[in-house]
Design a protein around this ligand. Sequence first.
Ligand code: F3S
Length: 424
Amino acid sequence: MQLTDLEKAMLDGVNGRAKAAAMDLLVRYGEAVGAERLVETNNVAGAFNASTPSVRHIVDKGFDAVYSELNLDSDEIVEIPHMAVDTWQLITGIDNDNWKIQGVDESLITMQRESEAYLGERSINMCATCTPYQVGNVPVKGEHCAWMESSAVIYCNSVLGARTNVEGKESTGAAGLTGRIPYWGYHLPENRFGTHQIELDFPVHDMMDWGILGYFIGEMVEENRPVINNVLHHPNMIKLKHFGAAAASSGGVEMFHIPGITAEANSLAEAFGPNKPVEVFRFGQRERLETYQKLQSATDRKVDFIMLGCPHNSIEQVALIAELLRGKTIHHDTELWVHTPRAIKQVAERNGYLKTIEQAGAVVMSDTCPAISRRLPKGVRVIATDSAKQAHYLPAIANVQGWFGSVTDCVEAAITGSWQGGMS
Ligand code: F3S
């Protein structure tokens, strides 16, 4: 791989052992994927926090040891300096306030807080969400990034037109210290054109249908790049984040185009560039119904747990939930957790939404989600969620039955303790 003089100097240890270990990792990674060079990045979003019992034995050796082993894949413990470029912590394992409700051991939340203090001193921004673009990290079109988290990556590539592959803990750890990432995959313009065409025969409009459409498309195109044509109702950020998260779950999609809406597709021709569609799929009433049914893994209508906020909720979504819950009470056998970034939770508190939701008996969580933390309320058998991604993962992760539906259906289930959702 071709390195600049500065990169060679970092690799040779001129800028310290941590940057040398980081550069060594990036060169190994770049060579493994056939990258010819590195590219500069000033936008890194990864997972650095120590918040799980499995890392406790490393924490005993200090947080430099955690970073060295988990974020640099280094056998040697190196002293970690300030990040070289803007670096963000994505979602983490524990809600710093609601850890008791999550069933987290006190020693573990202490470890997470100490870890955050260590990372904060090294200028890693603790946004602690899978939606950094909702709380201030909004890369511009063409910007090279190094992001983890599939739902964030697909949003970054498609809606914003910035450029990232799905990175890992190690590569983001190395990118934060060097400001470099291998130049391959979605960093290359020629790898960003559409491959498959999706013709909408059904006028997809509400959030639930955008989730269903994403899930359908992921299954159809797998890891390719769909171009969605004939979109009659202009989607907003909320619908596109749900759509992308679903497509990335059922199929591993990292980029899509919607002509006239997403960043790199003013037209169908621009979306495909030099490519011809490999295949054309149609999405109509039948595909919509079949996909909705696939997302239902439950048969028991008695619901124990409702999860809202995957990807993390926007302030508009929190406001809607508060409105649906106003003056109501959650069923005594049911728990409702609403997930949103901590920065948005503060706005929700100022607006009174938080109070309304809590008065109904629900919990507003930040920093984490059940799929990442692997923590649900004790004894849960049946869940309901408005997220196709969560409906895909939670039954497998937590061995539960799952209902998928609209936010209104989910809130209704939380109030009655029973699933009555459906599709019109
Ligand atoms: Fe975010 Fe967790 Fe969903 S990371 S996208 S809330 S599974």
